[in-house]
Design a protein around this ligand. Structure first.
Ligand code: ADP
Length: 187
């Protein structure tokens, strides 16, 4: 199963993606997590990404695409499929992914979209800032991440709608209920 998960920052993609990945034994590929790992280990890629992440801007496509190409060519993805979380994030990345998959004779099965209103997202992210101390969970940066999502990322939903792949789920409510809604779509 090859899935893409789209939703604004703080929608709960990470939480739900983990549950889906366990249930269906497919790797959960989060570009945000991968970038944070790079940053932690101080790789060149991590250092390049840092300033963008701290401002809530998108990291340049070439950095992300190299990372994704590497990951998707690994055995587990080839065998079982994958769940992409945080990628693609703009139309160029979507086109690059379409081409990459086409080249290896694969396609996306479903695109899951998790919807949550901005005011709820802002509250969740500010709350997460207190617990986890992520450097991009400050009020100004959150505002920018939401703007980037609405301006740059959400247009790819329309593009996937044209492909007939989009399934939308309300991301406000009980974690297990939301998971239940996602499972209904995946069955
Ligand atoms: P969130 O969805 O909560 O904003 P992520 O963990 O998915 O957080 O991403 C954190 C940051 O990592 C983004 O704000 C961006 O700077 C960078 N990033 C992650 N994925 C991508 C991507 N596909 N393209 C460009 N930048 C990305």
């Amino acid at each position: 199963m090859r899935l893409i998960f789209i939703g604004p920052p703080g929608a709960g993609k990470g939480t739900q993606a983990k549950k889906i990945s366990e249930k269906y034994s497919i790797p959960h590929i989060s570009t945000g997590d991968m970038l944070r790992e790079h940053r932690k280990s101080g790789t060149e890629l991590g250092m390049k990404a840092e300033s963008y992440m701290n401002k809530g801007e998108l990291v340049p496509d070439d950095v992300i695409l190299d990372m994704i190409k590497d990951r998707l060519s690994q055995d587990d993805c080839r065998k079982n499929g994958f769940l992409l979380d945080g990628f693609p994030r703009n139309l160029e990345q979507k086109q690059a992914l379409d081409k990459l998959l086409n080249d290896i004779g694969m396609s996306i099965d479903k695109v899951l979209v998790l919807e949550v209103p901005d005011d709820v997202l802002t509250k969740r992210l500010l709350n997460r800032a207190k617990k986890e101390g992520r450097t991009d969970d400050t009020e100004d940066v959150i505002k920018n991440r939401l703007k980037v999502y609405h301006d740059i990322t959400s247009p790819i939903i329309d593009s996937y709608k044209n492909d007939g792949l989009v399934y939308t789920v309300n991301g406000v409510g009980d974690i297990d209920d939301i998971f239940g809604e996602l499972l209904k779509i995946l069955k």
